[in-house]
Design a binder for this molecule. Structure first.
Ligand code: FAD
Length: 430
């Protein structure tokens, strides 16, 4: 089960649209589908099922958006870790093509849903700039731009060092590319907007209702909460991602869950704000331990990156990100840091999102590699479509077995070693 690390100190919790009340489940309910986990994946699944008349109960341990969905950088970026040609080589034929198309459409699904449901979500859609920090990074982003342009993404293009410097407001990159499909949102407002839309469509969302056990009940499932309430359902969908616990054996061990850290400044003065990402793009880079940054709708500079595996114990755990701001954007270095927060991302062995069906009527979605705003929204939509149609090709990639990460019990140790190694290769900045 998820730990009780608070959502409270985040910029998003301080500036989000109000939340719909989601009181805990009491007693016993019977529905068609029980969803566990109230992030983008769970709530998008709930919304798309409820819209088709499916009776849905969603159990969330804390509140909708409490996990990665309410804590992230709010960068809406299409694509997966792998580029379209790589996906097609990994999954030859129709599956690779479907996966590449799915990956390319994930940002659209977020902006379309916000518009369709008139959600109260501050947003900007002026593209994503990925800065390259080395010559190898320049080659990588050049291929990336070329592949998406070939697939019809108008405006996808490689950028020279001077173009990147102009778009980002820093000269610390040697090249980059522009993906016009990307943008930025207030992620907790979006999570709350999804919750509101799902409830509006007829789904029931129960907050502060951690699922602690699930077992077969004849041909159905019975999911029990910490308070002893139960949901009986034909199907269960687990969307607990980086906060997965012991609900399904081995699931938590199938991913490693590093903590990603962010800081946000006070709103920047006009003369400083207009020098950073002046055309309103969002940005992350090609480092192994990537840096990601943007301005929010109130012109705060948000900087994100690595952090300790453990939960933070003092502001110094974010000190490296404050130093990065001084290095990349000296004009913003004096701006006070107003918010420091973090959250867990789920990394799989093959860096692909995973779908599992380890028992009849049980569907599991896990692993987002830190790029899940669009991905998990679209995955929810795909899972709903799969359950409604029964067609395997409604899912973007094949269902696989749950496999443990090798040496999972030593993950803190080897993650620390990997981070130290990557820091050295990335040039030590962050
Ligand atoms: C700091 C940070 C920055 C990021 N930045 C970006 C970004 O800029 N762009 C991007 O695309 N992606 C980003 N990501 C990734 C993205 O946020 C996630 O991929 C996405 O939010 C995952 O959504 P989800 O619904 O799968 O899981 P989550 O949002 O993590 O939801 C899982 C939910 O399950 C609940 N839960 C767990 N166990 C139980 C249980 N037993 N019973 C009931 N509920 C349970 C948890 O409380 C949690 O709310 C970032 C992630 C982090 C942490």
């Amino acid at each position: 089960m998820a730990t009780a690390f608070p959502l409270e100190p985040s910029l998003w919790a301080a500036t989000a649209a109000s939340a719909l009340p989601t009181p805990p489940l009491k007693g016993d309910v019977s529905v068609d589908v029980c969803i566990v986990g109230g992030g983008f994946a769970g709530m998008s699944t709930a919304l798309h099922l409820a819209e088709q008349g499916t009776r849905v109960a969603l159990l969330e341990a804390f509140e909708p958006g409490w996990g990665g969905s309410g804590r992230n950088g709010g960068q809406v970026i299409p694509g997966l870790k792998y580029d379209p040609d790589e996906l097609q080589a990994m999954f030859p034929g129709a599956v690779g093509e479907r996966l590449a198309q799915f990956a390319g459409s994930t940002a659209d699904s977020v902006f379309d849903l916000i518009k369709k449901h008139n959600m109260e979500v501050p947003l900007v859609r002026n593209g994503w700039v990925q800065g390259a920090h080395t010559a190898a990074g320049v080659d990588l982003v050049g291929r990336r731009a070329e592949q998406w342009a070939k697939r019809g993404v108008a405006g996808a293009r490689a950028l020279s060092a001077s173009e990147v410097a102009r778009l980002l407001g820093t000269d610390k990159y040697v090249g980059g590319w522009l993906d016009p499909r990307g943008g930025g949102i207030q992620p907790l407002s979006y999570a709350r907007g999804l919750a509101r839309a799902a409830v509006g469509a007829g789904a029931s969302i129960y907050g502060h209702s951690p699922a602690t056990a699930m077992q077969r009940d004849g041909s159905r499932w019975k999911v029990t909460t910490a308070q002893g309430a139960t949901v009986t359902a034909d199907r269960v969908v687990l969307c607990t991602n980086g906060y997965s616990g012991a609900l399904w054996p081995g699931l938590a061990r199938s991913v490693i869950t590093p903590n990603s850290f962010q800081v946000a400044t006070d709103p920047l003065p006009d003369d400083v704000a207009k020098t950073i990402l002046p055309q309103g793009q969002v940005s992350s880079d090609t480092r192994q331990l990537l840096l990601y940054f943007r301005l929010d709708h109130q012109r705060r500079l948000i900087m994100g990156g690595r952090g300790p595996f453990r939960e933070p114990t003092s502001p110094s755990d974010w000190g490296h990100l404050e130093r990065v701001i001084g290095h990349m954007f000296p004009a913003a270095a004096k701006a006070p840091i107003a918010f420091r927060w973090c959250g867990r991302v789920a990394i799989t062995r093959d860096f692909l999102p995973h779908l599992h069906e380890p028992a009849r009527g049980l569907l599991i979605n896990i692993g987002c590699m830190g790029r899940g705003v669009g991905l998990q929204t679209s995955m929810g939509q795909a899972m709903a479509s799969y359950m409604l149609s029964g067609k395997a090709d409604a899912l973007p990639l094949p269902v696989t077995g749950v496999k443990s990460f090798p040496l999972h019990q030593f993950r803190r140790l080897y993650l620390s070693a990997i981070i130290a190694w990557y820091r050295m290769r990335d040039g030590g900045l962050a």
